[in-house]
Design a protein around this ligand. Sequence first.
Ligand SMILES: Cc1cc2nc3c(=O)[nH]c(=O)nc-3n(C[C@H](O)[C@H](O)[C@H](O)COP(=O)(O)O)c2cc1C
Length: 182
Amino acid sequence: MKPIRIIGISGSLRSDSTNTLVLKTLAKCFPENVDYQIFDGLDKIPHFRPGLSENEGVIKFKMAIQHADGIVICTPEYAFGIPGTLKNALDWTVATGDLNEKPVAAISSSPLNTGGDKALAALLLTLTALGTKKNQQSAYSIPNVNLKINALRQLDDELTQTGLQAQCDNLLEIIGNVKLNG
Ligand SMILES: Cc1cc2nc3c(=O)[nH]c(=O)nc-3n(C[C@H](O)[C@H](O)[C@H](O)COP(=O)(O)O)c2cc1C
């Protein structure tokens, strides 16, 4: 049987990003029949403007999305919004509809106790505009994330792990429904 393909997209380009760490933590939440990869290459995507031809970075991003059965995006919040890099990448998919009907999960994490809630809301709005498949459970924010990372740089907070597991389960359910009903 073909594996279910899921990609993680981090809104942060930092090498020690907490949001990328969240995505790495998700690897443990998916069952064996899931091929889960974290997309690397948001920084190779040029500034979007209609009419600009797609470079290798854009093509790689779109191919990754097209080949995925589902997508998890984990984003930081900058100045109450999502990072421009992430919004820019998503903007490239508008005209070609790569994210249309694609099952998604949206996560934010922040060192603040607001959990990046405004970025999460902004991300959900964009994902709605892009026609993605999601439900009321497809969003999760992680507040005070730095307090939930141990000395080994593992996200070992039990409540957060439960929340992340619920995101994975919910995403798999949406993917299952799409496969059944189209
Ligand atoms: C310029 C700047 C603006 C920020 N604005 C916010 C903000 O509006 N809300 C928030 O929760 N965190 C804000 N932060 C803190 C980020 O959430 C924090 O740096 C986080 O670790 C970035 O995510 P990363 O670890 O995945 O790179 C800001 C950080 C910077 C450098």
